[in-house]
Write a protein that binds this ligand. Sequence first.
Ligand code: ARG
Length: 565
Amino acid sequence: MDYFAKNIISILKEETHLKEDEIENLIEIPPDIKMGDYAFPCYSLSKALKKAPNVIATELAKKIQAINPISEIKAIGPYVNFFVDKAVYSEKVLKSISKESDAYGHAKIGNDKAVVIDYSSPNIAKHLAVHHLRSALIGSAIYHIYKTLGYKCVGINHLGDWGTQFGQLIVAYKKWGNENTHKSYTVTDLNNLYVKFHQEAEKNADLENESREWFKKLEAGDTEARELWQHFKDISLKEFQKIYDMLGIHFDAFIGESFYNTMVEDTVRRLKGKGLTRISEEALIVDLEPYNMPPCLLRKKDDTTLYATRDIAAAEYRKKTYNFDKTIYVVGSEQKLHFKQVFKVLELMGYDWANRCVHVDFGLMKFKDGKMSTRKGKVVLLEDLLIEAVERIRKIIEEKNPALENKESVANDVGIGAVIFADLCTKRNKDVVFDWDEALNFEGETGPYIQYTHARLCSILRKYSKPVTPDINYSLLKEDETIILIKNLCQFPTIILKAAEFYEPSLVCNYLIDVCGSLNRFYNTHRVLSEDDNLTKARILLVNSTRQVIKNGLNMLGIHAPEQM
Ligand code: ARG
């Protein structure tokens, strides 16, 4: 809620005796600026007051006095419409952007409370898949957003580095991998070993037994098994890190599933102690039938533990270590049931924080030209995707602006930004269709478009070449296009709060598209640099404020905002 809305809410609170949050939910921003800046619908009062909404609106409008910053109050049909004094409004908004600059949109509501965010979390010895990319980008944006709201964020990569498949990999490596060339192994080689293992295991059932033996050895801490596993892990981490670096994704800790090995026993003991477990078909489970869910599997009949067991242990560990206020798991929708089960088990264990575990799910990412689709044996190489995005942008820059300085770093910022934006701008639980031409278009609803708008604003400011000051005559900012833009800028802090509340970075993307649209309408109708010094000063302040908001918004999404492109 912005300052003006707050003002209106407090007036309405007195007049209607509704609660603050009720009014907040009701207040609307009229689609047409001529109808006012805020509108309050009177339908919900109609029942209690036994009057028609139109009548209530008329009465309220008469009763409420328009005092600064409200300049006029008018009933329009069933609505009470509020007009804010434009100069007061603009001054308030633009001065706060000037003052807060890089921190505009930030807040202190988090009070340093800890939020643990689990994102990307790929499985080692396999390529980083597209859903790990989506998770990384959404998770990292949520991290930035929560951090700007004053939370202490802990970003964790919960690597999938444990499970029976590592027994298979060891067998395959010993049989068909060349142990001597050890050093030059890549994730592709490891992946091929898996494929080979499964092909051979179809012909030879002994292989499965061998692999089970090796996994047991690994669980027991056998030196050779451990060394090989560590080697696979090192190879994988090196490749993952390369991609995280390209994307600018940061983690505070890489704590894989294997880390919980020594803790799962205690977790299982606690579960047993609370009488929550039973044996079913030789496996140890928590029965979740009363909650209409399949059982949560804790231990298989060969005594090995499972993904869910490790997630329960991990949640306990995170609570103990970080004392989180909230813990967020950014994982694809296909794991909905898994998290429902894990959270339910935590609740049954008596943890009052179980309801502060949140699964932030998301849809699939598909590729329009089908080129990058995951077919059997053919994996999406994210590194190639990112390199290609940068390459394509480099070509566009070469055509449009060959004299540009720092071409390399701009191509990088824009290419990577395009991929990040294309991923984040769709509501997260919908599927994303990635289309090269769309994602890289400088004119569509894309990252490059927003970055380009930002760079254009920087170029206007360079041309102006004088210091920007908030000491201007605010009554000069008066045309509809101008006010609409200022209203957009005023919304930024509210949008960030909403994005945090719903774990929805797409709200920030769509907001930035709106701001750029408003900016372009303003810019196409009004000259920024003119002979009229005072007007120029006022419009330059607006240009600088818009630049600032776009930059802050892009940064929250993990996208750079180059000043020239
Ligand atoms: N490694 C898992 C996968 O690739 C994702 C892990 C998500 N995080 C978690 N705490 N379970 O599907």
